[in-house]
Design a protein around this ligand. Structure first.
Ligand code: PMP
Length: 406
């Protein structure tokens, strides 16, 4: 049985004291049976489950790990700051240094603010856009994820209609549907919010077209509304300046989290001068939002990402993985649908509505020490080496053989 005795025992204890045993997307019950729920350690591009079984990790903590778990430079900066102080009565000078670094790195940013989770940042973007425009309507792409509170959570439990009263939906990469949504907002348009690319769960991942991105920019400008890019998932993996630099379109506001401090809890909102005053007016805060350790970690992370061309490494390793899988699938007579940027891939199978093929593939990988996801965006890191990719491909070859035998 793939679920270990240690994992099973922890789940049994959790079931008594944690609702449902676990909440949210990290609940192993949302994965095919066999995935570990608990982890004991992580280093480089590897994780160990609670029984000490080792995996080459292609989820990278669901995105936060970008330079490698326990990165020496990031952890040295974090430890140095921890020895001085973390959550104090106010921020340390790391806050100013980090804001300066972010403004210098991200072309649309004239300012930056920090919080802890992606949801904090996407919510602040919406609030700032409404404060700045004095309007209410916010346009969102259907199926996109912007966080886990009532205005945006994918679950409807505990959510009222009023929580979402001023949201209007359109289809990502469909300029006509965006136009329709803009018209519906009439004179009340506060913001158009888009994710970096279309990365809906279980679906092919699709980059924004230049036409769509330019239309979103133009419609926001015509209406005097904000264009918001939710870069929580993709931030610093596609382009250090923000993901829509790839299509040459700059947002007014952007939300960041996940990878910006290599696993330390931090989120950011960046914005341009048009929304500086609005950002000043809103009241936003949190008990840990000025804590300095994660800021020191973010400074070290950003500097190292730039210094080492981490994005170049992730792209090269992601391409090696994609090419390898494509070649193997062809040899096994299987049809893979690999999509998304190579450093943020999703690997699906043709004709696999019930995910039998994808789940079999992933469970076989798991048994061979490779942690992938059958439906969610995966993440490469700068710690993945050619040897790691080749080891993962060896496991993939055997796993695809198992799928071919189904
Ligand atoms: N937006 C996107 C695109 C995300 O991927 C996520 C997290 N998966 C969020 C927002 C919410 O971030 P968090 O879970 O840190 O609140």
């Amino acid at each position: 049985q793939r679920v270990t005795d240690v994992d099973r025992a922890l789940r049994a204890r959790a079931a008594a004291v944690i609702p449902g045993g676990m909440w949210g997307h990290q609940n192993a019950a949302r994965l095919p049976e066999g995935y570990p729920q608990y982890f004991s350690r992580a280093e480089g591009c590897r994780t160990w489950d609670s029984k000490g079984r080792e995996y080459i990790d292609f989820i990278c903590g669901w995105g936060p790990m970008i330079l490698g778990y326990n990165d020496t430079d990031v952890e040295a900066a974090a430890t140095a700051q921890r020895n001085r102080g973390d959550a104090m009565n106010g921020p340390s000078e790391r806050l100013v240094e980090l804001a300066e670094l972010v403004v210098q790195t991200v072309p649309h940013a004239d300012w930056a603010m920090f919080s802890k989770n992606g949801t904090d940042a996407t919510t602040a973007c919406v609030t700032i856009a409404r404060a700045g425009t004095g309007r209410r309507k916010v346009l969102l792409a259907r199926g996109a994820y912007h966080g886990a509170i009532p205005w945006c959570t994918p679950s409807v439990a505990g959510v009222t209609e009023e929580d979402r009263a001023h949201l209007i939906y359109f289809d990502y990469n469909d300029p006509a549907s965006l136009d329709t949504a803009v018209e519906q907002a009439k004179g009340d348009l506060a913001a158009i919010m888009v994710s970096a690319f279309k990365h809906d769960l279980g679906k092919e991942h699709i980059l924004p077209t230049a036409e769509f991105a330019e239309r979103a920019r133009a419609r926001a400008d015509e209406a005097g509304a904000a264009l918001i890019v939710d870069d929580v998932r993709a931030g610093f993996r596609l382009d250090m300046g923000g993901s829509w630099e790839l299509v040459g379109v700059r947002p007014d506001l952007a939300a960041w989290s996940k990878a910006i401090a290599n696993g330390h809890a931090l989120a950011a909102v960046t914005g341009n001068d048009r929304f500086r005053e609005a950002a000043t007016k809103i009241f936003t805060t949190g008990s840990f939002w000025t804590a300095s350790v994660s800021m020191a970690a973010a400074i070290a992370t950003i500097n190292k990402l730039v210094r080492t061309d981490a994005i170049g490494t992730m792209k090269a390793m992601g391409q090696r993985l994609r090419d390898g899988l494509d070649a193997q699938a062809e040899r096994h007579g299987l049809k893979l649908r690999q999509s998304g940027p190579v450093q943020m891939p999703v690997v699906l199978f043709e004709d696999d509505a019930d995910r039998r093929l994808g789940n079999t593939f992933c469970l076989n990988l798991l048994e061979r020490g490779v942690y992938m996801h059958p439906a969610h965006t995966m993440f490469l890191s700068a710690a993945h080496t050619k040897a790691d990719i080749d080891a993962a491909l060896q496991a993939a070859d055997e796993s695809l053989a198992a799928v071919a035998r189904l």
